[in-house]
Design a protein around this ligand. Sequence first.
Ligand code: VAH
Length: 309
Amino acid sequence: KILIIGACGQIGTELTHKLREKYGEENVIASDIRKLNNDIVNNGLFEVVNALDFNQIEHIVEQYHIEEVYLMAALLSATAEKNPAFAWDLNMNSLFHVLNLAKAGKIKKIFWPSSIAVFGPTTPKHQTPQYTVMEPSTVYGISKQCGERWCEYYNHIYGVDVRSIRYPGLISWSTPPGGGTTDYAVDIYHKALSDGKYECFLSEETELPMMYMDDAIRATISIMEAPAENIKIRSSYNLAAISFNPEQIAGEIKKHIPEFEITYKPDFRQKIADSWPASIDDSEARKDWGWKHDFDLDNMTSDMLDHLK
Ligand code: VAH
């Protein structure tokens, strides 16, 4: 049985759909702090769980005989900058609760998402390697870097089978943008269809590593299904697909909506984006567990616009 914590979030909703489809609704328990998504709540097993309440999580694990936990609850970069204390509490203590359940032998396997936000302004910006300087300058990035250290520690010292991916910016149509700095690349599609124009909060040349959600979900299930001996990295794997800047994604949208106009008005999120890499080297993931992406900017744009129109 699988428990998803944060099942109503940007990744959680799509992950829940895919896991229910793949393993059967009776084997997947979705949970979130509130019933935030009717589709998730009404189409399978759902429980209200506060990711910060160890007893609540332990109770669900025992009640449903959970073996695997996908911990998808967190505050993303922009939101975390506005709520540093709560972001640290939620991002870290939810991880400790799940790691400690595994250490106690109550669950067998954990997926925990990291992010390219673990890299900072002193990290090599292009084709950022798996092992390099990491001085994250955002609350979110600090929490993800620290979480990676604890995942590796619990694996090495207690044998906990925790697996992790450094997601790039993720683009999806099923949920509205949720407080991420890369979420301009989600919002732009909605606004292109609704208003024919978009005011971008990042500058036109801000290149960031991105990935279509279909690829991210496939990578997540793939790393969880890989034999444990193939998972050589127990902090978190670099993962990449496409890198682009706002001007390039606008250009791709214009191929479908010729009259679409983009303007630029950078805000506080520009500083966050400037601290992150422009592109990522994910050769370790490709070598260890056969990762490869399917969506590029062109087929992602077609798929996004098809689903949103
Ligand atoms: C964010 N979408 O913007 C997330 C992600 C790399 C970016 O971690 O905070």
